[in-house]
Ligand binder design. Structure first.
Ligand code: ZN
Length: 133
């Protein structure tokens, strides 16, 4: 997974949807979106696909030392989410205490405002996940 693409994607509140791609040739789905299917190469047929935003916690980390500007969030939870469609992605898990998080727990995507830089007032949006019961 390319970190550059993931970051770029996260900063765009694009339709508030989780848009990835799918190879119509072999059926594999990608997030972040890929233009070339690693399985099929040139014979692949890539199309955009919208993911449901539903999945489960594949793994997670509790972050006790957030980067500068995010101290108010501490501690927070970064999870690797396995989407129902297959791809894994990394995102913050919100609306939950660290002790309530476990591998395999069902989650759904939510879009949340992120104030990235208090002095400039820039507000960005990011996808995050919250547990569903
Ligand atoms: Zn393919």
């Amino acid at each position: 997974m390319s970190k550059g693409i993931a970051l770029h994607w996260r900063l765009i509140p694009r339709r508030y949807n989780l848009i990835g791609t799918e190879c119509k040739n072999c059926g594999e789905k990608f997030f972040p979106p890929r233009k070339l299917c690693p399985n099929c190469r040139r014979t692949g047929d890539i199309e955009e696909v919208k993911f449901s935003g539903n999945g489960e916690i594949y793994s997670y980390t509790i972050v006790h030392s957030p980067p500068k500007g995010f101290e108010y969030m501490k501690p927070y939870i970064i999870g690797v989410i396995k989407l129902d469609e297959g791809p894994l992605l990394t995102a913050q898990i919100v609306d939950s205490k660290p002790e309530d998080i476990e591998i395999g727990k069902r989650v759904e995507m939510v879009f949340r405002k992120v104030i990235a830089d208090g002095s400039s007032g820039i507000i960005r949006y990011a996808y995050k996940f919250r547990p569903v019961d």
